[in-house]
Design a binder for this molecule. Structure first.
Ligand SMILES: *Cc1c(COP(=O)(O)O)cnc(C)c1O
Length: 380
């Protein structure tokens, strides 16, 4: 008997409609139009800031993948996160994972705190630290799991349980695992955000961001913010992400297989002090990951013996490219302290272990032996 509910490997290939119902086109068309003639039909398109058929197909596709009811596509992950923050009026308080994408920290501290929203950064992988951070005016918990760059894992159900008791929202940044491996809404989260620039797009060719929710009242508010501000994903970029998502399953499988082999290899290198990969059984939250996700993704952080070795690796890698971003088919390596996390205060960075010896590796789909050989010659 075939299962009635489609498996995610099938869902990623077919998007929402499977094909364009106007023309039969298998590759969903890029409706490159800012405005639409009024046709006197129900639910017709009007103006592309409000809705565009290509963006709509993508929004419905991502909602399906996350097992959510409503999806929204934005011009970047940060535009999506910024939209979520506008749900909260001044005076409210949000608890945030302290190990966090640097740009998210920057927008919270340098922009939204000036509009009167208060943030407390805690280790959300520890239930008691979250418990003690709740205040009278706490309106939400914002978590990134696995976290960037230290690969800490937060137990999503534990957080959503605490949040529901207090009638507040849980927001999960699901960029690192994607719905292919982790579905926060089904674990009780209210809002999922993504940088679609990373695994969903998968080819380092465009920026994109997403929000997915189940609650209709929240969806209505998000829709109002989206159409009023216009940080929407353009038709061509929506098409690029639709195309990227078709191979999300095969990319993720290959990337995480490569990542596990590389993490195991790094562990035994004499110049490597520690390896953080959530798929290693010695990772402190290995069991939590197994419980809430169907895989471990392809992000690895590791520390080397000293800063000179870190610099040497960055200058000597050939196949692995020294560049920001992650999740694409190309393997990339970054130096968080100098790049993605440069805006995090030194005191927080040091506490988390984001130092001059730390490197972050986004493993791509290349041949794993070639990647290991490249690391070997770079480590020297
Ligand atoms: C990259 C990233 C973002 C920001 O997304 P952009 O598409 O670069 O705006 C947010 N969260 C995480 C976890 C990211 O990796």
């Amino acid at each position: 008997m075939l299962k009635k509910e489609l498996n995610i490997e099938t869902k990623v290939v077919h998007g929402n409609k499977y094909y364009d119902t106007n023309t039969g086109a298998i590759s969903f068309p890029i409706y490159q139009s800012a405005t639409f003639r009024h046709m006197g039909k129900e639910g017709e398109y009007d103006y592309s800031r409000q809705q565009n058929p290509t963006r709509e197909e993508l929004e419905n596709a991502i909602a399906n993948l996350e097992d959510g009811r409503f999806g929204f596509a934005f011009s970047s992950g940060m535009a999506a996160i910024s939209t979520v923050l506008k749900l909260f009026p001044p005076g409210q308080h949000i608890i945030v994972s302290e190990d966090l994408y640097g740009g998210t920290y920057r927008i919270f501290e340098n922009i939204y705190s000036k509009y009167g929203i208060e943030f407390t950064y805690v280790d959300t992988s520890q239930k008691h630290t979250v418990e003690s951070a709740f205040k009278e005016n706490t309106a939400a918990v914002f978590i990134e799991t696995p976290s960037n760059p230290m690969m800490k894992v937060t137990d999503i159900t534990a957080i959503t349980g605490m949040a529901k008791e207090r009638n507040i929202l849980t927001i999960v940044d699901n960029t690192f695992l994607t719905p292919y491996l982790q579905k926060p809404l089904s674990l009780g989260a209210d809002i999922v955000v993504h940088s679609g620039t990373k695994y969903l797009g998968g080819h380092n060719d465009t920026l994109a961001g997403f929000i997915i929710v189940n609650d209709e009242a929240i969806a209505d508010r998000l829709r109002l913010i989206q159409k009023s501000e216009g940080a929407v994903l353009a038709p061509f970029d929506s098409w690029l992400i639709l195309r990227g998502i078709k191979t999300l399953g095969v990319r993720m499988e290959k990337q995480q297989k490569n990542a596990l082999q590389i993490a195991q290899w790094l562990k035994h290198h004499k110049k490597v002090e520690s390896v953080r990969y959530i798929g290693l059984p010695e990772h402190e939250a290995y069991e939590v990951s197994r419980k809430q996700a169907s895989g471990f993704g392809a992000m690895i952080s590791f520390t080397v013996n000293n800063m000179e070795t870190a610099e040497q690796i960055l200058s000597k890698v050939k196949i692995i490219l020294f560049a920001e971003s992650l999740g694409g088919v190309e393997s990339l390596i970054t130096f968080p302290v100098g790049q993605t996390h440069g805006d995090i205060p030194i005191s927080i960075r040091e506490r988390l272990g984001i130092n001059e010896k730390l490197l972050r590796l986004s493993v791509g789909i290349e041949n794993v032996d070639d990647l290991i050989n490249d690391l070997e010659q770079a480590l020297g």
